[in-house]
Design a protein around this ligand. Sequence first.
Ligand code: ATP
Length: 248
Amino acid sequence: MIRTPLRIQVEGLDHSFGHHQVLHDINLDVSAGARLGIVGESGSGKTTLARLLGGALGSSAGAVTVNSAPWSAVRRGSPTRRAVQLIYQDPYASLTPHVSVGSAVREAARVCRRLSRRKARAHAEELLASVGISPALAGRRPRQLSGGQCQRVAIARTLAADPDLIIADEPTSALDISVQAQIINLLLDIMTRRGAGLVLVSHDLAVIRHLTEEVVVMHEGRIVERGATASVLTAPKHPYTRQLCDRS
Ligand SMILES: Nc1ncnc2c1ncn2[C@@H]1O[C@H](COP(=O)(O)OP(=O)(O)OP(=O)(O)O)[C@@H](O)[C@H]1O
């Protein structure tokens, strides 16, 4: 299938929850090959921005567009919607509790790739194997797996959609240190082997340095600094970025 090159544009985005304005005048351009990090202290608006970028949260008309259309105009299940996949901090939250992990990945493969049930089953097994989940675990429900295993399943399900861009919000922060590196390496492998782009929200500047080429620094709902990851993190210009780097 030939796809339109993906481009998400954010222009003058403000966002409020009730009377609380949490994002102020955000401007950002993200395309399929992006490797963009979003950093900032807790409450600075990173998750909100990630969800708006991925169309998981509605924005004021026209402030966030995907291939020039507002997310609200992009149909569920459409190729554009599938091209952008979100991975959340809590791996259990992104899976349905009573559905076995094998079924979750199989169903995603069936719907996203329009496969027959038989082919979807085989494809789901391949995807689970590719993230290191053995077929013996496919019948388990999310809570019968560890957090790390569950995050792998969430990634396998994301891969079923063959995304151009993965938006990952703190994908390792709920996991044991020993498992974090495995998930990071998995994301790196997906980017290099499948050519998917990544928008990564993380508190961990070492991870941001490892996985991204550009970074935006958020403070109190505004982007206060942006640029090549290596230069922003090595020679931060904004005082807030300096503080962030000093603390890590
Ligand atoms: N659904 C919501 N309803 C009301 N307020 C919200 C909602 N989601 C987020 N907020 C508020 O918006 C602000 C930004 O939150 P957000 O989760 O985007 O920050 P963050 O930088 O991702 O923080 P963290 O690093 O702790 O996850 C916070 O003040 C938060 O309390």
